[in-house]
Design a protein around this ligand. Sequence first.
Ligand code: F3S
Length: 754
Amino acid sequence: MAFDVDMIKKVYANMAERVDKAREIVGKPLTLSEKILYAHLWDGEPTKAFVRGKDYVDFAPDRIACQDATAQMALLQFMQAGKSKVAVPTTVHCDHLIQAKQGAAADLKRANETSNEVFDFLASVSNKYGIGFWKPGAGIIHQVVLENYAFPGGMMIGTDSHTVNAGGLGMVAIGVGGADAVDVMAGMAWELKFPKLIGVKLTGKLNGWTSAKDVILKVAGILTVKGGTGAIVEYFGPGAKNLSCTGKGTICNMGAEIGATTSTFGYDDSMERYLRATDRSEIADEANKIREYLTGDDEVYSNPETYFDQVIEIDLDTLRPHLNGPFTPDLATPVGELGPKAKENGWPIKVDWGLIGSCTNSSYEDLTRAASIAKQAVDKNIKAKSDFGINPGSEQIRYTAERDGILKIFEDLDATIFTNACGPCIGQWDRSDLKGEEKNTIVHSFNRNFSKRADGNPNTHAFVGSPEMVAAIAISGRLDFDPLNDTLLNEDGQEVKLDEPEGIELPPQGFDVEDAGYVEPVADGSNVTVSVSPTSERLQLLTPFEPIGNSIKGAKLLIKAFGKCTTDHISMAGPWLRFRGHLDNISNNMLIGAVNAFNKKTNFVKNQLTGDYEGVPDVARQYKAKGIYSVVVGDHNYGEGSSREHAAMEPRHLGVAAVIVKSFARIHETNLKKQGMLGLTFANENDYDLIQEDDTISFLDLDSFAPDKPLNIEFVHKDGTKDVIKVNHTYNQAQIDWYNEGSALNLIKKQNAS
Ligand code: F3S
């Protein structure tokens, strides 16, 4: 699996010095989050204190992890950088493209047939550029990363929002868009706004039915889906030490559901046990040498209010098990109170499915806790009233759980064991029990429960709970079942009660696996060919973008977007996911969700060449075919949402030269810059109102494009009148160089060649 122990030793060698220096500069004791951040500055040793929530800082992450859906465009872009190898250790994990239907073997076989060209592409690019490749069926990215690559005090980025799971092993691990990952793969810095810090003090000890999942379900209820935005959540206190490492992972994982940048825990004995159990004693030994640098300073945890921006305290002794949902993960209800709430809101009480797995809750401990409930059903002759599906987190977990008889327990309850993959968690679920969009209820141990997430049905009410609670609810078949107090009727007509769950933190006989599903890249990949069929629907090699240049004259207005225009409006997900690796095909969704300000319709804009109204991508293609650049105009916070680079690449591909808006979501603005196009803001936001449907647009002074210098643009209206509008920009000289070269990657390639 080749975790890079030398790299980790290097990080640890610098850690003490950099943290001590940071403490001196900041002038106070440090949290763990600050220690990791200051130890990973791109410029090396800290020289100034950063303002939380304000300063943008360049970092040097230690690792990158990509999943199969997002890796496609990331790697296609990386191939443009002209590098022979990735600059930092990187892995690719095939977990999103496997549909759950009949069970592991059949489902994996089908996925290998339907997505083989994507998997082959990812395998060959990985092999060529020194990237570790985890085959379909090897496991879910974040579980595999926790088992193999995460390490205390490290910094990682990953092209998936639940990358944050690695905080369970004391990392600062952050989900990013493909463009950011490509920068780091190509040897550039990674920029992040220095986060704010939320401290969560845990006291007491989990007991009975309460699990690590309930900690984050409770926190989500307190902070809501937006409460963690721009912040790292750092857990500490005696309760934290009492949690298992994978339990900590569960808590950090769902930090994504409160919008947190990431979450983390200080290094402790549970992490040491986990490192040793996963064959990484060498890392545990190294970590033990600098233990005090891998956790927050004592003073910080003694007086958290002084050092964190917000502090929450949770007593694990009294914490109750929760089920959160439906439709949002922050609607927290203690089990036992759900019945009346469900009746009041018309949520179906009957539960059709119980699903255990996902990157959140698929560890060995999770499976054993759920199995301890399932076993009671078998032993006490209770027939499960709901269907059961299990996705183990990795082949190592699956193999070990099978060896230890755990999977057999679920099978005895007629559960379907799905592939070690995301499956229903990402909507990869061919659910045969529904005919249409019937209203129904499911419970699962995943993290997200937005409408349509698991099965595409807007009327599926999904509730999130711990694996053991999911097992209990699924056995009872009722949402209002409270295993702490209620009894069930068994097949002999007797009333029986489920005993509290019992889990095994780590397999007593150790983990085992025959084929973990890992493919080590060859040492020299220069002879490896990456083949992409020119007729492929799903993959397309990228060709470098031509520079737009400093003379944009006679461009046409493509769309003036009205109101909210998120990255989902610009590049929709859903069925378009399939084309994530094919820029031309996915560009057919460009801005189809944006509302045209002139008629308030979506995907219905005027083609100035014909006078007809057509779809946005169609019109853009016609302008492009005639060699005419187009311009997109937008409202406030244009491009908010995800860091999806497709939202910038598609307009660039279809000939959009500039996006002019009242204000940008910052990541999208940067993505536009990276793709070598103009992201501009109205100097006077009311000028948005001057833009008319038939406008022809010329840039008056782009030849003197320079930092801090506004640009002037002439809009010629249909009646021949004109407005010259001043626009601002935030390009620094390096970013202007990206524009001049056609893209950031073009520039990297040029620099490599010279
Ligand atoms: Fe996969 Fe669901 Fe996690 S999609 S990575 S299991 S959040």
